[in-house]
Design a protein around this ligand. Structure first.
Ligand code: NAD
Length: 334
């Protein structure tokens, strides 16, 4: 039986990946600081551990028998959040320190494991981000450029993006020097049920669904960060998981974008959720709120060519499923 290890298994993408790997017949160990918040994990084993601690990383790789190994490791653990967490500047030191330490530790633990067991069979997936792309190519909301080849000369607009770029390079360095098999993807705004939807770390689709979900059927007002004209694309979680699985089962190392090319402004995102909810309301624009780059869209030419993967689900369909889930969460808290 194939074995998979999921770091960050208590988080949004990690918990969905555990479910997918179990449905494919993998034996799965999840590792995180916490259990998933919204449903129980189907992982065969779940270790509550802090991956900033080197010994925890070593323990998380160990299996019952010497020389038993994980076929695949999915590294989703990061100090992570939406614009309210990563673009204010208030959390920069923690974001950089915590996430870089996790990546440094897990890779070195794998090298030590390989050396102790004279083995090198474990393949790593690393979740990088569209936030690595240079700000200069994302100043025009109508025409952003996020081709994989445009990453350098580097100039991400956030420390979160710089850490992701450093860690991408770290995975490639461990691949070159220690032959660790790797695959690296740059996610573009993944959303869906069981993603963080309140508390300050939520991302824009969840925040908009929550704000509209809490309004009466008519009347009321929602706050929008910025002027609402900034553009983004959003990929539904199931499509992200499918793309990651295909990437891991291929020989392509990346880095490659995993995203949707259905670009909308935040105002259009609000329009769609308003229609799904069947609510009318007014909008208040907070022009000083953290926003990130002006425009961003995935460029999927490379992944289409290498993996034959493309997004299928419309944004409206993904938002409709997400709104229904967030609405049910709001009812539970009443
Ligand atoms: P998430 O915050 O839901 O999950 C991250 C998990 O990592 C959390 O459960 C957290 O507890 C865990 N973690 C943090 N520090 C840890 C530590 N020291 N030890 C053990 N576990 C720790 O985020 P997500 O949306 O599921 O994102 C998963 C990965 O994908 C992250 O690396 C993120 O940067 C990347 N990514 C996500 C998106 C997106 O749109 N969601 C976009 C780009 C990149």
């Amino acid at each position: 039986m194939k074995r998979a290890l999921v770091f960050g298994a208590g988080g949004f993408i990690g918990s969905h990946m555990v479910r997918r790997l179990k449905s494919e017949g993998f034996w799965v160990r999840g590792v995180d600081l916490k259990l998933p918040e919204y449903s129980s994990s189907p992982a065969d084993e779940f270790l509550i551990m802090d991956l900033r601690d080197q010994l925890s990383c070593t323990k998380s790789l160990a299996l019952g028998q010497t020389r038993d190994y994980f076929n695949q490791v999915y590294q989703f653990a990061a100090d992570m959040g939406g614009a309210g967490y990563i673009f204010t500047g208030d959390n920069d030191a923690n974001v950089m320190h915590n996430s870089a330490t996790i990546n440094l530790n897990v890779l070195q633990a794998q090298v030590d494991f390989n050396s102790a067991n004279s083995i090198n069979k474990t393949k790593y997936f690393y979740s990088s981000s569209a936030c690595i792309y240079p700000e200069r190519n994302q100043l025009d909301a109508d025409n952003p450029h996020c081709e994989e080849s445009s990453a350098y000369p580097a100039d991400p607009d956030s420390e979160y993006g710089w850490e992701k770029l450093f860690s991408e390079r770290l995975y490639f360095a461990y691949h070159r020097n220690y032959e660790i098999p790797i695959a690296v993807a740059r996610f573009h705004n993944i959303f869906g049920p069981e993603g963080t939807w309140d508390g300050g770390r939520e991302k824009s689709p969840a925040a908009i669904c929550r704000k509209i979900g809490k309004l009466p059927t008519s009347g009321g007002e929602i706050e929008i960060w910025g002027d609402g004209k900034q553009s983004r694309s959003f990929l539904y979680i199931d499509e992200c998981i499918e793309a990651v699985r295909r990437l891991m089962d291929s020989n392509f190392k990346g880095p490659v974008n995993i995203g949707s090319e259905e670009m909308v402004t935040i105002n259009q995102l609000v329009d769609i959720v308003g229609q799904i909810a069947g609510k009318t309301f007014s909008r208040k624009y907070l022009l000083d709120a953290p926003m990130g780059v002006r425009g961003r869209n995935s460029s999927n030419d490379l992944i289409r060519r290498e993996l034959g993967w493309d997004y299928n689900m419309s944004l409206a369909e993904g938002l409709s499923r997400t709104y229904a889930w967030i609405h049910s969460q709001i009812q539970l808290t009443k």
